[in-house]
Structure formats: structure tokens, C-alpha cells
Write a protein that binds this ligand. Sequence first.
Ligand code: GCV
Length: 723
Amino acid sequence: MKKIGILLILFTLSLNISKLKAEDGYRLWLRYDLISNAQKLQEYRRSIQAWLIEGDSPTLSVAKNELQNGINGLLGQPISNVKTIQKDGIVVAATLGKSALLTQLNLNSRLEKLNLEGFLILNTTINQKKVIVIAGKEDIGVLYGVFHFLKLLQTHQNIEKLNIESSPKVKLRILNHWDNLDRTVERGYAGFSIWDWHKLPDYLDPRYTDYARANASIGINGTVLTNVNANALVLTPAYLEKVAALADLFRPYGIKVYLTARFSAPIEIGGLKTADPLDPQVQTWWKNKINEIYQYVPDFGGFVVKANSEGQPGPQNYQRSHADGANMLADALAPHNGVVMWRAFVYDNNVPDDRAKQAYNEFKPLDGTFRSNVLIQVKNGPIDFQPREPFHPLFGAMPKTPLMMEFQITQEYLGQATNLVYLATMWKECLESDTYAKGQGSTVAKVIDGTLHEYSMTSMAGVANIGNERNWTGHPFGQANWYAFGRLAWNHELTAAQIAEDWIRMTFSNDNNIIKTLQNMMLNSHETVVKHSTPLGLHHIMGAGHHYGPGPWVSRMSRADWTSVYYHRADSMGVGFNRTSSGSDALSQYFPEVQAKFGTLENCPEAFLLWFHHVNWDYKMKSGQTLWAALCHQYYQGVEEVRQMQKSWDALETKIDETRFAQVKALLKIQEKEAIWWRNSCVLYFQTFSKQAIPKGLEQPEKSLEYYQKLSFPYAPGIRPQW
Ligand code: GCV
């Protein structure tokens, strides 16, 4: 009896232990578990025997905590903190210019090459003792350097010959939360908003600190707390108190807080009759409001504004231009060093012949008319975060106005939180696109980092995929997109493969087989989702409102450019949107070399064919197949590739912790179902125009087109309530 009791206790204990060990994804890429490779562990224990961070500031104390927790966890033993260097193997972190130890090392000339947030990491000697120095130009550089150093350990790098210099290429690296004050998240698929407005400012959820750590670890230095479809209430004292509490918490991590400004706020919360940006009363209202915000948040970053787009108010309501609106806010922010990020994602109530042209048409003529603290925030492509878009024609077209990038991390059109899609490959495709604005090599990346047109302000924003789900992003691989966004914003020259490898090593394992398998899955995953949803340049053919799943048949909406038929233009002859000079002529917004690349059927890369051309069903593709056959094969291939991912994942069963293994396995099953749903719906729908059979050898769709057309998802997550 006694024995059974003891066994039971042991069993319960072991259950508890395994529960504790379960990987629920909360720790993201900052897991700091004991290094499993014995040789590496020994090497690191030899090189890291103590640590010392010189100086004192809130940021340095955050750096101390992180370094201490990181190395204690990774090395599996408490590593002591020392005050002087009396032996080898000490990690010394300090801010240059503020540290006696670093002065001895005379690192000034190297420091000059770095920008304000940059850092150095190197092996050297101080007082004849071997040390590893992490030096920041400012305290925040020390924190970034500490995270980088921990990454070296987490990814099992050699730390005996370090000589690293790192500076961000872009100044403002920002997350845009589309979070509402009621905690719903527009296009959010990971639960509700992480901002618990109701309990703020008194209750600071520990998650906020982990959010700040995660962001700082990848160099993100700004967060826009609220949805661009803005609510003026956030500018009232009751909310500004809450905003201030978050700003105080984020400050040591180098993260500034920004808000979205509702253009009609002077009317809604100010009691004015107008929000006309040229009205002196309106100008005074904003000036006072902005001064008030700075009372609460002395380092407030500024505003993001969505104006005259999708029903949002803006200066055009008063026959004023986007520049009039942006400059009014910019003038009021300027004395505080705040900025305005004015979005170019605009389309007004008049439905244009081609929505792809609208932003260029409205903004290009305004080049040079914005204040110096205004950035124009441009989505990567001219429509709306589609699975594949050509780069936005505004990039390169506004040499006198800083243009910033807006990527979407949340997967609104890319499988939401049920599909494994690594977005870095897509972002790189955009960043590396050549605008030819100043001849060959004028890449989008060079526009964004300011080197092409010498912009003084530079920025990259990503629409966050974060929610209050335990693992932050819903799909465990969604974390990789948050991670990759930060890494690319810091250094767009990194490859998607490098970033994926770092993320896998830190999030899953340093096991080569795991790295290779997951990296391969991730790097192909974007192309896969394109194939099974919008191949060959198709776009905007998703279900209405929720944007979840296929809806190529969507034809009746309150405006034509919200329908699918507006974009695919399928008819008995063919499919695709003619954007050449014989069509909408959107192509003419690009520089001549780009026009030549996309302008003819022969030259146009097939990935963009139906974006720029209306193509006959019998057109011969490079493979020799007809367009119809090629389209079908793409859809079927997409599904096959999801099945391939399932096999790759299953092969890792014994190597991945149970919780995450089971979750991703289940999600891949959902992804397969959804890929089939996309494939069948689209093939059956387009078949009604092509009137051709699905090529031989491809499985026939089980259900009818009518079946798919009747599916409805009134409560799909992330949906905008009023749509
Ligand atoms: C925040 C798309 C989305 C909207 C979003 C909009 C935007 O249209 O579906 O939910 O609104 O883009 O970027 O402003």
C-alpha cells in the first residue's frame, strides 16, 4: 500500500514536472534553456566566468537583468557579478564615453562609425585579462548588444574571436497595433488585444514587460498602440494616463509610444464644429492636445494617421490636401520632436478605374510639400497586403519626402493564424525590387533606408500579429514573422534564410536536422500559400469582410473595388487585370525599366502575369502549358506542398516538444483543408469562364462551386465589426 502511495506521488510529481517543461510558446525566442551541446557549454563556461555592467540607468538595469538571466539559464549555473576585472572570462558591458574601463580600450574611432543605437562586441584584454566587451554608443546600444550576445550563445556561435559592429539601417522600427479600445483587434488572429485598457494604468500585466523585452531583442524601438481606424477617445485624459503607464514601462527598453490620431477628434472630443486643418481654432486645438500628451508622455513618438481612406475622416473632407492635414499635426509635434506617419493607403468614396493607381496619383504631386517631420507610410504593394504584389510605384517616386515601409505581419490575406507562412521571403522580394529611380540598383530598400534620396528620417512599420493568446501570435510560426520584421528593420541586408535559422535555433533547437527541415519549410511557405490562393498574379479574390478563404465570385459590395471580380476580370476570353497602356495604365506609374519588365506578355515574370495583363485562357506559358492548365497546376501544386510540409513536420515528432508538435501538426491539417478549399473554389469558379476541363491526373473537387459559395463566416476572427 505504502509503495503504491509513493509511486502515485512520484507519478504526480513527474506529471507536474513534465507540465512545467511543456513549451507553450510564451517565451518566444528568448528561452535561455541550458545549452544542450556539452562541448559548447564547456567552452562558454570557460569564456564567461563573471559579468560586469558599468553604469547605472533604467536601461542598463534592464540589460543587467537580461544578461544575468540569460547566461545563468544558458550556462546552467549562477554566474557572478563582479566590480573589477581580476581574472579572465568576464563579460563587460558599458556605454562608451561613460565608462572608465572602455576609455582604456580607446574604441572611439570605431564608435564614430556607429549610429546612436549601435553597439560593438569584441574579445579583448583589460588589465591583461581576457574579456568580452559589449559596448553601446548609448545605454540602449548596450541593451541591444546584450541581446545580440545572448543570441550568439543561444545559436551556439563561437565567442572567442568576436569583432562585431552593428547599427540599425532604419531609424524608426515600429510595430503598428490595429488594437481597438474594446480589446478587439482588427485583422488580429491571436485573441484579444494585449492592452488591458480597463485595468490600466494601475495593473501592469507582466506580459507588457515580456513584450518590451522581445521587441528590444530584435531592435524594435516604437509601438503604435491603437488601430489606424482610430478612436478619438484615446486622446482624452482618462486614456492618456493609461498610455503614459505603458510608455513608462517601455522607456527603459528603448521603445517609444505612438498613437493614431483621428482626424475628426477636434469635433468628437474637442467640441469644435470643424476639423479643417487650415482653421486656426482647429490648429490651436491640436497644438494644445499635443502639448497635453507630452505632459503625460514626455518622449511621445507621434501620430500615425489614416485619413480619407475607407471612410476615415481627413483633410479632403474640407477640400484640403493630405499635405495640409499632415503639416498641421507636424507643426504641433515639431517642438517636441514628434513625427507624423501619414499613410498613403488611401482611397476615397469615388471608385477609381484602378485602385492600384490612387495613392500615387494623390501623393506624387505633393512631393516636397510636407514638413520635415512627416513620413509617408506606404504599404509594400499598391493594393493591400496581398499574398503577392509588385512593389508600390510610390517607392522611388518621391525623392523629396521620406517614404517609410508598411508591412503586414498579421496574416490577413495569408492564411491568418491557421497557415504556416514565413513572410521574410516576401518582404525581401519587395525590398530587393529595383525601382530604377536613379538607374539600376535603386532598390526599395535603398529608398526606405534613406540612402537613395538622402532622407533624414527613415522608418519601417509592421502591422503586429500579437494578441493575448498564450503564445502571442496564435500560430507558433507567426512568432517568426514578428521576429523577422524586427531583424529586417534593423538590417534589411540579412537574408530570409539567416533570420529563419536564428529563429529556429532559439525557438526550437540547434539540432541540424531540425534547422534544415524547418528552414526549408519556412522558406518555401510563402510561395506555397501564393500557389494555393492567388497564383500567377491574381489578387484580392478572398471572401468579403472577413477576408478568410476564397471568394473569387464576390461581386456585390458597396463599392466595386471591394469585389473580387473588379480585380480578376475573368471572362470567356481570359483572366487578369490589364494595367498596361491599353488598360488602366497603372504600369506607367513605374520607371521605364520597370514598365519594360512588366509591360509585355513575353517579358512579364509569370508570378505577376495576371496582375498586369488580361491573358487568354489558351495563352502558352513558358512551360508550354496553356494558361488554364498552368493555373490549375499551380493550385494543385500548392495543396501538394502543404502535404509535403505535413510530412516534414511529422518526421520531427520525436525531436519537438509535445505541445508545440501537436499544435503545429493540427494547424497544418487545417492548412491542408483550407488549401483544398481555396483550390477547389477557385478552379471551379474560373472554370465557369474557361469552359475547360481540369487537366487529367488532377483529383476532381469533391464539392460543387455552389457549396463553396454558400459557406459563411460571420464570426471569423479579426473581422471589422461594421463590415
Ligand atoms: C485597418 C485593409 C484591411 C482593413 C485595414 C486597412 C488599412 O483594407 O482589410 O482592415 O484597416 O487595410 O490598412 O487601413
